[in-house]
Design a protein around this ligand. Structure first.
Ligand SMILES: CC(C)(COP(=O)(O)OP(=O)(O)OC[C@H]1O[C@@H](n2cnc3c(N)ncnc32)[C@H](O)[C@@H]1OP(=O)(O)O)[C@@H](O)C(=O)NCCC(=O)NCCS
Length: 182
């Protein structure tokens, strides 16, 4: 493997959609209905949505590639948090009082590249990009049953600061909210 990372561009929208469509299900708990996964992909991970994300100045999308083939992606969002409860929770995260917060909204690596160091390389690039925005805190939501991601985020310094809910199709899922100073 020869993993490189780079900021994604508008021309990457189709490849990001394809990667996102096959990796989203990896983050959902066993028993999640395919119709709910499909509904989420259609609503949030379509090629048109990625085109919007890539054009949005508040978002940074990073791609990890193995000799030119996309094997992982992340998305950071620096918009203010809309939900007042969640905003309060993130603002009270230990370690970076009063800091601007940035959301690590998506972190997905292709299944065949798990456990291979791709995620570590992509995390380093993502945290560097997050810090370069001037933010002092990075936060994320992750399904409470996603033990692999929990372990990965914990070893990268993201601590649980609370909970939130996340809608997949017609079903609400319980997330842990994690955060780490940048
Ligand atoms: C989350 C993700 C990016 C991490 O990448 P990765 O290559 O799997 O990460 P790593 O192998 O470095 O770390 C995973 C850790 O979980 C451990 N692990 C693996 N399977 C596990 C399981 N079923 N339960 C608990 N821990 C598990 C691994 O042993 C490793 O810990 P270690 O380094 O202490 O041995 C990747 O698994 C992924 O893309 N998952 C699907 C998408 C997803 O869930 N994204 C997060 C959405 S918020």
């Amino acid at each position: 493997m020869a993993i490189t990372t780079r900021r994604a561009a508008l021309a990457d929208a189709a490849e990001l959609h394809e990667l996102a469509a096959r990796t989203f299900v990896l983050a959902t708990p066993a028993g999640t209905r395919q119709t709910d996964v499909d509904a989420f992909v259609a609503e949030h991970l379509s090629r048109a949505k990625f085109t919007d994300y890539l054009a949005d100045p508040a978002r940074i999308v990073l791609l990890a590639e193995d000799r030119g083939t996309a094997v992982g992606y992340t998305m950071l969002i620096s918009d203010p948090i809309g939900d007042p409860e969640l905003a309060k929770l993130v603002a009270s995260a230990p370690g970076a009082p009063g800091a601007d917060a940035i959301e690590l909204s998506k972190f997905y690596v292709a299944a065949e590249s798990h456990g291979a160091g791709v995620a570590a390389t992509l995390m380093a690039a993502t945290l560097a990009a997050a810090a370069a925005t001037g933010a002092g805190l990075c936060w994320l939501g992750v399904n409470q049953h996603n033990e692999r991601a929990a372990r990965f985020y914990a070893k990268n310094g993201f601590e649980i600061i609370g909970t939130k809910r996340f809608l997949v199709g017609e079903v609400w899922h319980d997330d842990h909210v994690r955060a780490r100073p940048l």
